[in-house]
Structure formats: structure tokens, C-alpha cells
Design a protein around this ligand. Structure first.
Ligand SMILES: NC(=O)C1=CN([C@@H]2O[C@H](COP(=O)(O)OP(=O)(O)OC[C@H]3O[C@@H](n4cnc5c(N)ncnc54)[C@H](O)[C@@H]3O)[C@@H](O)[C@H]2O)C=CC1
Ligand SMILES: O=C(CO)COP(=O)(O)O
Length: 303
């Protein structure tokens, strides 16, 4: 919707019924009710057509690998811009690495940072990180994808950008759980800060630049997601803290990512206690108070 301010955009949908519904109502009532699709958006379904225009991949992280494999031929000559935040459970890879492995001829990029889809669709001011290892392609994408209300900053650090977006969801679950259990805003601030420390620990070990994590895709998105009821990861955490159910149809990226990250961290012998606590909470092995006791009773150390 934001990009349609710049010119024509094709919105590809895999479900023909949903595509027909969107075409008839000119809105996506299932995902963004009440927001009109501009006339410059064409809705397409069926086979993905080839071409060389950039393609934004807006789907849950755990479905990205399958989508890329199914459509590898049509996607072969396009810059592919992942919009998902997470780490693939099967391979332990982030979105750009998964694109590079599955569609080797393409130029992978990622668009990430603090942004709720509804805010962007409503034209509220938003700033994001566009990461592409090929800086020339990154510059082109930055220009093409920036709109009047959506400002993009560029980096070549794809590892840092995708780790920031993936890891903040895990910390947001922890923060929601603490708030849902009534443990207080001071506890949340501590979790955000110590969570940020472990985000940096893993990012450093995987070759990310610290300034990327300190930017929109790390600190920026952490601040948004850990403090807003609009976030599904945060609300899911709140439901754990309150001991109530949560709609399993809602996409909560931090669940699978927490498991993938913990696996990766263990193989690197890295300590990620908040992530470990989140995996125990989502599996129902610990209650929030027990997880907090575990974090508080760790050996004292320097900050
Ligand atoms: N909703 C938001 O505010 C933001 C979402 N993101 C990220 O975008 C990614 C997608 O999230 P949402 O769009 O919110 O999730 P969603 O669950 O609302 O929508 C996911 C979309 O992907 C489609 N989809 C599901 N499985 C698919 C498959 N196998 N192949 C093709 N399409 C498939 C669904 O039909 C749906 O249209 C996530 O990684 C999320 O972290 C990033 C920033 C903001
Ligand atoms: O990534 C997001 C905000 O930047 C959206 O967060 P949720 O997936 O938790 O709703």
C-alpha cells in the first residue's frame, strides 16, 4: 500500500478465493480490515511470473524456504527482499541466507525494523533498515522502496539486520510474559536490556556489526515490540504471563525462532539465558515466576 504511492505494484496471493475477495472489496479484510487497496495495486494469483523487478517476500519465516523452493524458477532473476523476521528451524538460517541457499542466482536483501503493518498502511511515519550485501543493489532498492512516509536506511550487514529482527521477537515474548504476570515495568526494562546484551552476543559471534544491532533493526524494533500491545509476540507473552490461551492461527515468530536461536547458541557455546527461559515458557516447562527466579539466581557478574 505504501509502495503504491510510487507506482504500480502487483500483490500476489496464493489463495484464489482470498485474491477474488480482495479484488471485489479492494481491501484485505482478513489481515488489514478498513484499509483500502489503492488503484495502483494489481492483485494476482496462480503461477508467479518471471521478471527482473524486485519482489518483496511477506510471509512467516517458517514458510519462506518452501515458498522459495516452489517458485525458484520464477524468482531466479529478481532481487528478493525478505520482509520476515526469524530464524529457519530446519536450517538455522536467517531469511537472506536461506534465499541465497535456495535461489543461488538471486540477490537477497531484507527489509526490517520497527513497523506495524497497519501503521505503514495508514501512512504513519516509519523508518526501516534495508540490508543488502551488494551495495549497488541496496542503493537501488533503497530508492525504489522509499516512499513519502516510509524512510529507509541502508546497510550491507544482512546478518546484523536479520538477527536484530529475529531476536527482538524472543525478547518481546519474555517482556509480555513479565508484564502479563504483573512483575512490573522495572523487570521489563531489565529484560529488554539484558535481552539486548544477548542479542549482541550472538550477533557478534555470527559476524554482525554492533552498529546494526544498535540501529532500527535491533534496538529500534526491540523498543517497539517489547512495549506495544499491537505486537503479537508481546501479546502472546502476556497470555503466558496471565495463564490464558492464545489463538494458534496468529503468527508469533518468536516461538520457533527461540528454539532455533537456542540451538545455534548452544553449538557456539554462548550463554543466552533469556532465550533459554522463553523456550521453557513456550513449552510449558516453567511458569513465569519460576523463569524469573532462575534468571535472578544466576551467579553475579560484571555488566
Ligand atoms: N504484521 C506486521 O506488522 C509485521 C510483520 N513482519 C513480518 O512479516 C512476516 C509475515 O508476517 P505477517 O504478514 O504479519 O503475518 P500474517 O500471518 O498476518 O500473514 C502472513 C501471510 O503469508 C501468507 N502465507 C502463509 N504461508 C504461506 C506460504 N507457505 N506461502 C506463501 N504465503 C504464505 C499468509 O496467507 C498471509 O497472507 C513475519 O515474519 C513478521 O515478523 C514484519 C514487520 C511488521
Ligand atoms: O515486527 C513487528 C514490529 O516491528 C511486528 O511484531 P509482531 O510480529 O510481534 O506483531
Amino acid at each position: 500500500i505504501s509502495l503504491a504511492q510510487n507506482g504500480s505494484v502487483t500483490l500476489w496471493a496464493r489463495d484464489p478465493d482470498h485474491a477474488a475477495e480482495m479484488q471485489a472489496s479492494r481491501q484485505n479484510a482478513r489481515r488489514l480490515p478498513g484499509v483500502s487497496l489503492p488503484d495502483t495495486i494489481t492483485i494476482a494469483t496462480g503461477p508467479v511470473h518471471g521478471g527482473d523487478t524486485p519482489c518483496l517476500l511477506a510471509m512467516p519465516m517458517q514458510t519462506l524456504g518452501g515458498f522459495l523452493r516452489d517458485h525458484a524458477t520464477a524468482l531466479a532473476h529478481r532481487p528478493l527482499v525478505a520482509c520476515c523476521k526469524g530464524m529457519d528451524l530446519t536450517t538455522g538460517l536467517g531469511p537472506t541466507a536461506l534465499i541465497a541457499r535456495t535461489c543461488p542466482g538471486t540477490i537477497p536483501a531484507i527489509l526490517t525494523g520497527p513497523s506495524f503493518a497497519r501503521d505503514i498502511a495508514l501512512g504513519l511515519p516509519t523508518a526501516l533498515t534495508l540490508a543488502c550485501a551488494d551495495d549497488a543493489t541496496g542503493k537501488t532498492l533503497q530508492t525504489v522502496l522509499t516512499t513519502r512516509t516510509l524512510r529507509l536506511y541502508r546497510t550491507t550487514d544482512t546478518i546484523g539486520a536479520e538477527l536484530g529482527g529475529a531476536l527482538k521477537n524472543v525478547i518481546a515474548i519474555a517482556c509480555g510474559a513479565v508484564m502479563g504476570a504483573g512483575l512490573g515495568e522495572s523487570a521489563r526494562a531489565a529484560l529488554m536490556t539484558r535481552g539486548f546484551a544477548e542479542m549482541n552476543r550472538l550477533a557478534h559471534a555470527l559476524g554482525a556489526r554492533p552498529e546494526t544491532l544498535a540501529g532500527l533493526s535491533g534496538l529500534g524494533d526491540l523498543a517497539l515490540t517489547c512495549t506495544s500491545d499491537q505486537s503479537r509476540n508481546y501479546r502472546y507473552g502476556q497470555s503466558i504471563g496471565r495463564g490464558v490461551g492464545f489463538d494458534p492461527a496468529v503468527t508469533v515468530e518468536g516461538i520457533a525462532t527461540a528454539h532455533a536461536v537456542l540451538h545455534r547458541a548452544r553449538s557456539l557455546e554462548l550463554d543466552m539465558p533469556v532465550t533459554q527461559a522463553v523456550t521453557s515458557l513456550v513449552k510449558g516447562e516453567l511458569r513465569v515466576h519460576q523463569a524469573m527466579d532462575m534468571l535472578l539466581s544466576r551467579p553475579l557478574k560484571e555488566e
